[in-house]
Design a protein around this ligand. Structure first.
Ligand code: M6R
Length: 606
């Protein structure tokens, strides 16, 4: 989704803005632009395409030509991808950038048209510039305060008023903004990846508060003009964590970071061989009185929930529903104080997941979130948070966050099964030992990289593909399918293998790749029968199964043998294989692995 950066300080603003936008590229975008004060006026440069094109268009001087400006990467929602629709937008004395959607923009546009004011773009954002300008009578804060009650929807704005050089005003509702003051000056951005170069200490701009950035400081006031001091947060990773570190793509780097992110997520939560959430501030009573668990999330995070459901139901014996957040929030769901809502999100800012959480809070359900980004909206608004310690995830395709989310779900399961007495202490110790074995097991799986790369040469020219599995393998099939389709653009579907005969088998013809997951002993023989069925239709079968099994080589074309682990732990190793399959298929198709077309890393609008 759109990326925002604002800077006012002592260095060349254009450079800082362009660097910030480059750092935010991973969020996904189709055009970019900057606006900056220069000779007491505001200059704007914007273009469709990449930040590198914007850099070519912006005339960079050796000295300092501007020390204050705002920059934006746009992911089109209202209005097509064009230079004119790119941000920043200027109307009269107001120039601004926006992340979000103004839902009532059409109504505002009609009102402004009645006053003889017409936009030049098709965006909702320009309407806000027009609205602010119409309220502006020399007092920026007064104009912003007048505009707020007129705006419906989610937004984060950075605003320049031509009368106030070197000052940036910022406001948010729903969409994220984080800020810091450093020796270079004041910086604000959509996320920490653009700020980390300047400071590891930062704050999240509270919703419906106005930040005023100057060279010297950042002041934050509420809508009654009361000054407030936002809580400072500290990031526990540095710049290198957000760089490629010698890998050709962020995705490959992040796949290979999984042993470390699993170690960092699991190990600090083990005390006396048992799971321990004391440092996370999660009390043992969270599940007291809970009769129902709902896991809600989007995309890959939702797929982690599918695995979580199996684990939680198996050991806690509490019914668990997994809901796609964008569906859940509009279903008038049954939620009460005996419901525990678990939200899962890498970014902690996904609009639908956040809305689902707010709905649960409204109904007084207990809420627990599994989040990667510290201090993000979902983390702040949940009763309890279990952070994944995966570090920054830059590639749009989620990899290390997913396996870290799984590990959190396993920790929650074991911890609360012990508290509820559905497992004994010795069983829990044994489960925790098993969980730790996934770290070396994933490490070993990653040594299969070259073999998987070779297999992918057979997938690169395909247009359709299927993933099949049963039980946990079905949950993993869903994840394998989204990973492959989002970065390789190959149409793929995940099917519960037992469903094949109910329709899907008609699509299986000669040469159609079927990635068959057979890691679960309870349904292994059933799975082998399903594989024989697709094999009999001449499918190209890629079998993923445990390495220590004897398998009839007639049923597959390629076999990927997982290092030994207990059935319940195979989601971690299988995930690594599926990620590599998607990665190398995308590479062989010559695609942009890290920034697939039309997709955004953090989906902050509906
Ligand atoms: O930041 P979140 O975990 O809430 O994001 C949810 C999905 O948008 C995300 O997992 C998406 O499906 C990934 N691109 C898949 O790889």
């Amino acid at each position: 989704m759109c990326g925002i950066i604002g800077f006012t300080g002592y260095s060349e603003a254009k450079n800082i803005l362009l660097e910030g936008l480059a750092a935010l590229e991973y969020r996904g975008y189709d055009s970019a632009g900057i606006a900056f004060f220069h000779d007491n006026r505001i200059d704007t440069v914007k273009t469709t395409g990449k930040v590198s094109s914007l850099r070519d268009k912006a005339v960079l001087s050796a000295g300092i030509s501007s020390t204050c400006g705002i920059g934006h990467t746009r992911w089109a929602t209202h209005g097509g991808v064009s230079d004119i629709n790119s941000h920043p937008h200027t109307f009269g004395k107001v120039t601004l950038i926006h992340n979000g959607i103004i839902e009532n923009y059409h109504e505002l546009e009609t009102e402004l048209a009645a006053l003889g004011k017409f936009p030049v773009s098709q965006t909702d954002t320009e309407i806000v510039a027009m609205l602010l300008d119409s309220f502006y009578e020399g007092d920026a804060v007064a104009a912003i305060k007048k505009a707020i009650p007129r705006l419906e929807g989610a937004y984060a704005f950075c605003i320049l008023f031509s009368d106030e050089p070197e000052v940036i005003y910022c406001l948010r509702n729903g969409s994220p903004l984080v800020a810091c003051h450093a020796k270079e000056g004041s910086v604000i951005a959509s996320d920490m990846v653009a700020l980390i170069k300047y400071s590891r200490e930062y704050f999240v701009l509270p919703e419906l508060h106005i930040a005023r950035l100057t060279k010297e400081n950042i002041t934050v006031t509420d809508l009654n003009d009361n000054a407030m001091t936002p809580k400072m947060l500290y990031v526990d990773w540095d710049m290198t964590a957000a760089q490629k570190g010698g890998y050709p793509h962020y995705m490959l780097k992040e796949i290979h970071e999984q042993p470390e992110s699993l170690r960092s997520t699991i190990m600090p939560r083990i005390k006396n061989k048992l799971p321990d959430f004391t440092a996370d501030g999660i009390p043992d009573q969270v599940f007291d009185g809970i009769s129902r668990i709902i896991i809600t999330a989007c995309g890959t995070a939702m797929h982690a929930g599918l695995v979580g459901r199996v684990m939680l139901e198996r050991l806690l014996r509490i019914p668990v529903a997994v809901e796609i957040a964008s569906e859940f929030r509009y279903q008038d769901p049954i939620i009460d104080k005996n419901t525990l809502l678990i939200t899962i999100s890498q970014s902690g800012e996904t609009a639908d997941t956040l809305a689902a959480l707010r709905l649960a809070n409204k109904h007084q359900a207990a809420t627990l979130s599994i989040v990667n980004v510290k201090g993000s909206s979902i983390a702040r608004e949940s009763d309890y948070v279990l952070y994944t310690h995966a570090g920054p995830e830059i590639a749009v395709a989620s990899t290390k966050a997913y396996t870290a989310q799984l590990s959190c779900l396993y920790l929650i399961t074991y911890h609360f099964a012990l508290i509820r007495g559905t497992i004994t202490e010795s069983e829990c110790t044994a489960y925790m030992e098993q969980l730790q074995t996934i770290i070396p097991a994933v490490e070993k799986t990653l040594t299969l990289t070259d073999a998987i790369n070779k297999i992918c040469t057979n997938l690169a020219d395909k247009e359709d593909l299927f993933f099949i599995g049963r039980g946990l393998d079905y949950a993993l099939s869903c994840e394998g399918s989204i990973k492959l389709k989002e970065i390789s653009y190959i149409h793929s579907e995940a099917y519960a293998a037992g469903e094949l005969k109910h329709g899907t088998l008609s699509l299986v013809t000669e040469g159609i790749p079927v990635i068959a997951l057979a890691t679960q002993s309870k349904v292994y023989n059933k799975m082998i029968s399903n594989i024989r069925e697709v094999r009999a239709r001449d499918a190209l079968v890629i079998l993923i199964t445990n390495g220590d099994l004897e398998v009839d080589s007639a049923i597959y074309d390629y076999r990927i043998a997982l290092p030994h682990s207990d059935d319940v732990m195979t989601p971690f190793t299988t995930a690594a294989v599926l990620q590599l399959l998607a990665y190398y298929t995308s590479v062989h198709r010559g695609l942009n692995v890290d920034q697939p077309r039309n997709l955004a890393k953090s989906v902050t609008v509906e």
